[in-house]
Design a protein around this ligand. Structure first.
Ligand SMILES: [Cu+2]
Length: 424
């Protein structure tokens, strides 16, 4: 069967659907790898489950990444926890990429592409039919690095109510290169027992666990959905960084509303995400430092919290014209502190970012006209207001005072207003 594609896909987007994703998800535990077949896509390798996406040369924070409609940021200063590392590939049902010029209704807060990663829509039983009960389980094993991954889902659904659980686990040891590329030996001078083989790439092991519980209710023309997601990465090591992730605990709450009215469609979402992240030197890196070798590593801790609210109305004005009007508010809070360990990194806690704040308020409107199956125009206007602020910083000791005092003496509150407009 063939049909014009234009009618089905939003302008400027490309989508990978479930059948392609199913094949891709068995190949890697890293969700960012699901996008590898998109033209212009590449990824910057990092830890085993957290490569940084790059689309047409713009990477990481230059892209807007939405996971189930939540626009997320990497709270770690080294971006060890990019947004796509928060969802297991087995849970991804659809990936949509808006590369190049992005419509204002899906863009904002980035100069590059928008990537939307969505898990499954809730299922419901047909009216009058018995409840639907089902599930799925999957596992994969990889000989290189002894990688194992397993996931399971279960759902129960009546015609009005739906409940679903998703769980996934994934872990691997260090992987092996195609051949020997260095002499075998201890991972570092203070770890004679931590032996790395000649073909073993140190600091590539990881472990990640994901759980999500989703409840949904549907009326005749409405849908309300609430999801609670919990993720924990006890360790993920980085061959390309001086430090390793030694903890990453996060949870999110995501409330969504979708309603159809005689004037059009209303989409609303409110969500909150909280990440607690820690870095230290992992198993394959030197841990004891200082002239006497008595300084235990360098702990670095981060906490990020994002709350978001988004409301959009879609009004079909005629057979040809559609108007979209929406608003989006984001509230981001970040603390980044390094506990004293010894030597020059003592006696105080190093406050890199204390009470960091970033608040956004965007409004947008967009007019879409489908003149015929081959021609479409889309004109949008988006206004973005960003306010940032931070509390006073502090170094480990007096030798940091000059820089800290200079920063602390300044007014640290900034406001930017930017209209973003687009036409096609
Ligand atoms: Cu980190």
């Amino acid at each position: 069967m063939t049909a014009p594609r234009t009618a089905a896909e939003p302008l400027g987007s490309q989508t990978l659907d479930a059948s392609v994703l199913l094949r891709q998800s068995a190949l890697s535990a890293d969700t960012a790898q699901l996008l590898r077949d998109f033209p212009g896509y590449s990824s910057q390798a990092a830890g085993g489950v957290s490569s940084l996406p790059c689309i047409r040369g713009l990477a990481d924070d230059r892209l807007r990444i939405e996971m189930d409609g939540m626009s997320l940021l990497s709270s770690c200063g080294n971006h060890m926890n990019p947004p796509m590392s928060y969802i297991d590939p087995s849970r991804v049902e659809r990936v949509r990429v808006f590369a190049g010029v992005v419509p204002v209704s899906v863009g904002g807060d980035s100069i590059g592409a928008t990537v939307q990663v969505d898990s499954a829509e809730p299922v419901f039983a047909e009216p009058g039919q018995p409840a639907r009960v089902g599930g799925e389980a999957g596992a994969s094993v990889q000989s290189n690095g002894r990688g194992v991954a397993a996931h399971a889902t279960a759902h129960y659904a009546t015609d009005r109510f739906s409940l679903r659980y998703d769980g996934a686990l994934s872990q691997a040891d260090n992987y092996r290169a195609g051949g020997d590329f260095k002499p075998a030996g201890p991972a570092s001078i203070d770890k004679p027992d931590q032996w790395l083989r000649a073909d073993e790439v140190g600091s590539t092991a990881y472990k990640t666990r994901n759980h999500a519980l989703t409840g949904a209710w549907r009326g005749d023309d409405q849908l309300v959905q609430l999801r609670l997601g919990v993720q924990d990465i006890p360790y993920q090591y980085y061959p390309n960084q001086r430090m390793d992730m030694t903890r990453n605990d996060s949870y999110h709450l995501n409330l969504r509303y979708d309603g159809r009215f005689n004037w059009g469609r209303l989409e609303a979402r409110a969500w909150h995400e909280n990440t607690r992240h820690g870095m230290q030197f992992g198993d394959d890196k030197q841990y004891w430092y200082g002239p006497k070798g008595d300084v235990p590593g360098m702990p670095m801790d981060t906490r990020g919290r994002t709350s978001g609210l988004r409301v959009m109305g879609e009004l079909p004005l005629s057979e040809r014209d559609t108007l979209r009007v929406g608003a989006e508010a984001l509230r981001y809070r970040l603390d980044d502190w390094w506990l004293p360990s010894g030597g020059g990194m003592a006696p105080n806690t190093f406050w890199n970012i204390r009470d960091g704040q970033r608040d956004r308020l965007d409004v947008f409107t967009e007019w879409e006209a489908r003149w015929n199956p081959k021609w479409l125009t889309l004109v949008g206007l988006r206004s973005a207001n960003t306010r940032t602020d931070a509390g006073p910083v502090q170094g480990y000791n007096a030798s940091y005072d000059a820089d800290a005092n200079a920063f602390n003496a300044r007014d640290r509150c900034r406001t930017e207003v930017a209209p973003e407009k687009w036409s096609s």
